[in-house]
Design a protein around this ligand. Structure first.
Ligand code: ADP
Ligand code: TRP
Length: 350
């Protein structure tokens, strides 16, 4: 009896857990920005929430139509997510194209999305500029597919960076329109981050954020070998040192301190902070060469185990396939549940 009571309590609390969803496009190697801006939050959320994390391989077709290396990239992203601490037993870790229910919801939502609003989104305008020879309809309706990804699980929290704010706003608009026309079906999803201030990791030259597709030499990838990490950090931009005590740090110096804060010990960080603050013109105490050497070693210690575990997993393709099948099963069970409610609401339930 007591046992049953406990079980009911457990089941109810797991059912009441808020639903979380996020996705990463398999368009390149994952880097430190992805780790500290996204994956670190995923790992933290997996114990508190009912989580769905997926690899957005349909979305990647909007900009990367050549699929020769796509399968490999998808499996690498899955392996890197697990190596960063995601537990496929706790979350549903799946590949978008394994859940066809998303495509059907995308179809219904497309009827509620207007050409004018889609053409106005910043990411669409950016892509038109970047690939004028391939302005396909998938690119235009990218936010609709993203809304379907989220709404198919009726997720309410979406851990993403600032750049995704507009897509989240559009997902809320489509959900509201659907609810208004066909009856209350979807809760409204919001971007989520643990810190009020979102972390943004700049490239090592201080120009723009670290990114899968920008300058490879200024981005630290989770798959980088030890010496590649050391070389990139060695070449990171610095200057002759601060001209007055307690100076404001230029972006590229601030970024080195941000990285140090993330991967080095508190004592190490404090030493270099103090050196910086006590430096002035003609009395430069901080030695950027030493700081970069220390940062490089701490970064190697940080990335090495992730890289090695990800590689081990990639060499065990059978296991990875098993994991994504299991993830797809969990995701499809939630997705088909939502879809039957949606079909009923729209009147497609014969
Ligand atoms: P990329 O720009 O490298 O292609 P994505 O756009 O696929 O990366 O982003 C995947 C996730 O990683 C998003 O939640 C995004 O906000 C986060 N992210 C990407 N780059 C950075 C960065 N340099 N700093 C912090 N977060 C980042
Ligand atoms: N557009 C997201 C990005 O570029 C990837 C993505 C696709 C996504 N579908 C999603 C993120 C659903 C969160 C929720 O980073």
């Amino acid at each position: 009896m007591v046992k049953n009571g406990f079980l009911i309590h457990y089941l109810r609390s797991s059912m009441e857990k808020e639903i979380v969803l996020s996705g990463i496009r398999p368009t390149g190697f994952l880097h430190l920005g992805n780790y500290f801006g996204a994956m670190r939050n995923y790992v933290r959320m997996q114990d508190e929430y009912n989580c769905y994390f997926f690899v957005a391989n349909w979305h990647s077709l909007t900009t990367h139509p050549d699929t020769k290396t796509l399968q490999e990239s998808v499996l690498r992203v899955v392996a890197e997510n697990i190596a960063c601490g995601l537990d496929p037993e706790k979350v549903s870790l799946y590949v978008q194209s394994d859940v066809p229910e998303i495509a059907e919801l995308y179809l219904y939502l497309n009827m509620l999305a207007y050409k004018g609003e889609l053409e106005k989104t910043t990411s669409f305008k950016d892509k038109v500029r970047l690939q004028p020879e391939n302005v396909n309809a998938g690119l235009l309706t990218y936010p609709v597919l993203q809304a379907a990804d989220i709404l198919i699980h009726r997720a309410v929290k979406v851990p993403v960076g600032k750049d995704q704010e507009q897509n989240l706003e559009m997902a809320r608009n489509f959900a509201e329109r659907f609810n208004y026309r066909y009856g209350e079906t979807f809760p409204l999803p919001y971007a989520f981050n643990y810190n009020s201030e979102l972390v943004k990791i700049l490239g090592l030259d201080g120009n723009g954020k670290m990114s899968k597709s920008e300058n490879q030499n200024t981005t630290l990838f989770l798959a980088d070998e030890d010496d590649a990490i050391r070389n990139k950090i060695k070449k990171a931009k610095t200057d002759q040192g601060p001209l007055a005590p307690n100076s404001v740090k230029p972006d590229y110096i601030e970024n080195l301190f941000t990285l140090m804060k993330l991967v080095s010990s508190a004592d190490t960080l404090k030493k270099f902070e103090d050196d910086f603050n006590n430096s002035s013109d003609g009395n430069c105490i901080i030695r950027y060469g030493d700081m970069k050497k220390q940062l490089a070693e701490d970064m190697v210690s940080f990335i090495q185990p992730i890289r090695n575990q990800a590689l081990d997993l990639q060499n065990n393709k059978e296991l990875l396939i098993k994991i994504i099948r299991q993830g797809a099963d969990k995701a499809r069970s939630s997705a088909s549940n939502t879809l039957s409610i949606v079909r009923k609401a729209v009147g497609m339930d014969y």
